[in-house]
Ligand binder design. Structure first.
Ligand code: DGP
Length: 118
């Protein structure tokens, strides 16, 4: 699937554009990291490519370097806001819990995390 720079009704495209406010913790030319509005850990940051892709498989197929940058930025966030250890989650599809259809990595850190996804 072809990526679009921005999609009109996309919440995260609007955050990228600055038309919806967010608590931004880091930004590169291609990626932005902002705090999740409903944090599930002491550090819960969403790392989002600025270009619109629907899910992680789409960005992996179209632009593997961009996906690698998302992971590098996640690692940097965990290093600056926590102890460097982190969980990285990409929900892909509604049954997996995806509710915003602009690819984003959940970076969870800052505590010993439990494991109960089901
Ligand atoms: P997911 O369910 O995997 O698609 O994750 C979407 C996340 O986005 C969810 O954890 C809550 C977060 N979220 C939803 N709306 C907003 C918002 O307006 N601002 C911020 N910062 N996060 C949001």
């Amino acid at each position: 699937m072809t990526a679009r720079i921005m999609e009109a009704d996309c919440l995260f495209c609007k955050i990228v554009a600055g038309s919806i406010p967010a608590d931004v913790v880091t930004e590169t030319e291609r990626v932005i990291g902002f705090r999740d509005i409903d944090p599930q850990a002491p550090v819960h940051v969403l790392v989002v490519p600025k270009e619109h892709y629907g899910d992680v498989a789409q960005v992996a197929a179209a632009d593997p370097a961009l996906l690698a940058e998302v992971i590098t930025v996640a690692d940097q966030i965990a290093g600056s806001l926590a102890d460097g250890q982190f969980r990285l989650i990409f929900n892909s599809g509604p049954h997996a819990g995806q509710s915003v259809f602009h690819v984003h990595a959940h970076v969870l850190a800052g505590a010993k995390l439990g494991w109960s996804p089901a």
